[in-house]
Write a protein that binds this ligand. Structure first.
Ligand SMILES: NC(=O)c1ccc[n+]([C@@H]2O[C@H](COP(=O)([O-])OP(=O)(O)OC[C@H]3O[C@@H](n4cnc5c(N)ncnc54)[C@H](OP(=O)(O)O)[C@@H]3O)[C@@H](O)[C@H]2O)c1
Length: 305
């Protein structure tokens, strides 16, 4: 069996995915900035490489590269310097993966992306499916970054590699990602909708996301952009009500837009006050079944564990 490379294995998604691929007996190569830490965390991996080692490694042994690397978009405010870090971390990692792919057109690249590809809206609208990116309006930092990130994979497509672009929504997990931060004010009885609450949140549970990546891995003909979001996208108001119920707390304290902008700046404007309704059309048509389709049930399940 050819080796499966996971870049960004140490992150929220990568950690679960690597465990799952190990259970499927895939020979694993893990790539990141600190290979020693990867080896400690995943002692079963066949190889753990730095990015330099990976770019010099033999491409003929590789079957699939899954690239999940990128500096977090939600952990700190977006200074100009940090915007550059977010962009460079994604483009540099993707370019190295593409260079490795170009040495062996049989390698399949499965590259992370995000639903920010569809733009940002402060109201509900018809859902975007994979073919609909041209319908978007406006510009913003994340949308431009995602464009560059996706375009960085094109040289691999041009030489014949198959490339899947994972347009991931807001990932829900009790222990990582943005949900624990969002839940904090609710725990202090200060939770509620953000801004008007009309913006749409296209979310996916971590377990469904990892299962969807496995499904895409197992279906080599599923390529191009693929939306990974639950079919149950909801408004921010419904999300806040559901989170309050799941935590056994009220959700009556709205966070006004001016406060979010003052505290979070552009991050708050793009990730909190606006959103997008996205449909996982390609995955559904291919037969993938989401376990978590109802936001209230999903959050209740996360917080009952
Ligand atoms: N979580 C979400 O809600 C969400 C939503 C949409 C899209 N996505 C995308 O899906 C992918 C996986 O998400 P995730 O939540 O698992 O990500 P994550 O936990 O934030 O990080 C993924 C990995 O990226 C690497 N990384 C972090 N900062 C870096 C930097 N400055 N330079 C280079 N590499 C860096 C790290 O690996 P090493 O330390 O091992 O190098 C880290 O483990 C990401 O590309 C993310 O943008 C996530």
């Amino acid at each position: 069996m050819k080796k499966v490379v996971v870049c960004g294995a140490s992150g929220l998604v990568g950690t679960r995915l690597v465990q799952l691929l190990h259970e499927k007996s895939c020979p694993l190569v893990l790539v990141g900035r600190t290979p020693q830490r990867l080896k400690q965390k995943f002692p079963f991996a066949a190889d753990c490489y730095s990015w330099e080692e990976f770019s010099a490694s033999p491409a003929q042994e590789l079957g699939v590269i899954i690239n999940l690397s990128g500096a977090s978009v939600g952990e700190q405010s977006w200074s100009d310097a940090y915007k550059q870090v977010m962009t460079d971390s994604r483009l540099n990692a993707t370019k190295i993966c593409v260079e490795v792919c170009k040495q062996n057109p049989d390698i399949r690249l499965i590259n992370a992306s995000a639903v920010s590809a569809y733009g940002f809206y402060d109201h509900d609208h018809e859902a975007f499916s994979e073919a609909d990116r041209d319908r978007r309006t406006g510009t913003c930092f994340l949308q431009e970054m995602i464009d560059q990130w996706e375009q960085a994979t094109e040289p691999a497509v041009e030489v014949g590699n198959r490339v899947a672009l994972l347009r991931i929504g807001f990932v829900l997990d009790g222990d990582g990602g943005a949900l624990p931060t969002m839940a904090a004010p609710f725990r202090y009885f200060l939770g509620g909708k953000s801004g008007t609450g009309k913006q749409i949140m296209s979310w996916v549970s971590l377990r469904d996301l990892v299962a969807a990546i496995e499904f895409i891995f197992d279906h080599p003909d599923l390529n191009g952009p693929i939306n990974i979001v639950s079919p149950g996208a909801c408004s921010n108001r419904v999300f806040a009500q559901s989170l309050g119920k799941a935590l056994g707390r009220p959700s009556f304290v709205p966070a006004p837009a001016f406060l979010i902008k003052a505290l979070m700046g552009q991050l708050g404007q793009e990730l909190v006050l606006t959103g997008q309704r996205v449909s996982p059309r390609k995955l559904l048509e291919a037969g993938f079944v989401f376990q978590d389709q109802d936001i209230e049930q999903c959050l209740r399940e996360i917080y009952s564990r």
